[in-house]
Design a protein around this ligand. Structure first.
Ligand code: ZN
Ligand code: ZN
Length: 306
């Protein structure tokens, strides 16, 4: 017996033994975290690779922290569920020992370079909105990009369903909506379409007088069904917005005049324009009395009561 012992534990050997050294300067590992993309690739430093044991082993190797005074070799890594089983040999001043570690693997997710490249130019639908009233909200989660174009803007949407939902909202608000689709390729043997939704604000607004099927109507409210009052009969009526594409504004809301009934006779009434003080003769409209305020429009110099 040489008489040499470990000064810490008293075990036989020269100098501090391996166990006592590792007790003071243990081998440690940083958190083992694997970052996966939805496509299955895993991040390894700044590259994205197919998942393999090598990736885990490389991660373990780079997360190992050991004293400069030891040599680590023969590292083996096996993965079981979310646990990495690690065995390795440690050599400290000629003294060698085998160590095992069971470490948890955590997972996080991110988007790999190729997926983000695809995603950044991917769209399923284009919402083409035209008109002055562009006051509406688009969920940015579904927006790839928005381009200003003449008379409005084009919104490139990553979801066809979302674009259709927006189209429906526009229709309910009284916009003209037209949907078309274009075959853009194939995916997994199925035809791939892109949807184009063209959305246009009508030329008319509430208060305007429009001509439709040869009759005059005053717009009451916009919607999928536009509400009108027919000028001649003063009756309320509705038309679907999509039937009104060719309807033209005859008199805009700002051109509607105000006046007062100045005379009621058995054969007619006289109305004075409140601004020009000009008098107009009208066949008698029921229920009018002197002093009544009326709204009217002038068409070819002829007064039409609203
Ligand atoms: Zn010892
Ligand atoms: Zn990916």
């Amino acid at each position: 017996m040489s008489g040499l012992v470990c000064p810490v534990c008293g075990r036989e050997g020269r100098g501090v033994c391996l166990d006592c050294f590792l007790e003071k300067r243990p081998i440690e590992f940083k958190e083992l975290n694997l970052t996966f993309c939805n496509c299955g690739k895993v991040r390894s430093k700044d590259a994205w690779l197919e998942y393999s044991d090598w990736v885990v082993k490389d991660l373990v190797k780079h997360s190992l922290r050991a004293s400069r005074d030891v040599v680590v070799e023969n590292m083996k890594v096996s993965v079981e569920g979310d646990t990495a089983h690690i065995t390795l040999d440690v050599i400290y001043e000629g003294k060698k020992g085998s160590k095992t570690f069971d470490l948890p693997i955590t997972r996080s997710s991110s988007t790999c370079i190729s997926c983000s490249r695809i995603r950044s130019s991917y769209y399923e639908a284009v919402l083409q909105v035209r008109g002055e009233d562009l006051n509406f909200h688009v969920n940015k989660d579904y927006l790839m990009k928005a381009d200003k174009v003449r008379g409005g803007a084009d919104y490139y949407m990553t979801s066809m369903n979302y674009a259709k939902q927006k189209a429906h909202e526009f229709l309910e608000r009284g916009y003209f909506v037209r949907e078309s689709s274009k075959l853009v390729g194939q995916k997994d043997g199925a035809d791939l379409y892109r949807v184009y939704v063209s959305v246009r604000h009508p030329d008319f607004n509430p208060g305007d007088v429009v001509q439709h099927k040869g009759k005059l109507f005053r717009v009451v409210s916009l919607g999928r069904l536009v509400r009108f009052t027919e000028v001649d009969t003063r009756k309320s009526t509705t038309y679907p917005i999509n039937a009104l594409k060719d309807s033209k504004v005859v008199v805009s809301k700002g051109e509607v005049r105000k006046g007062n009934v100045t005379e009621v006779r058995p054969d007619g009434v006289q109305v004075m324009d409140a601004e020009s003080f000009q008098n107009y003769e009208l066949p008698k409209a029921g229920g009018m009395k002197e002093g009544d305020e009326v709204e009217f429009i002038l068409i070819s110099g002829r007064m039409r009561l609203l």
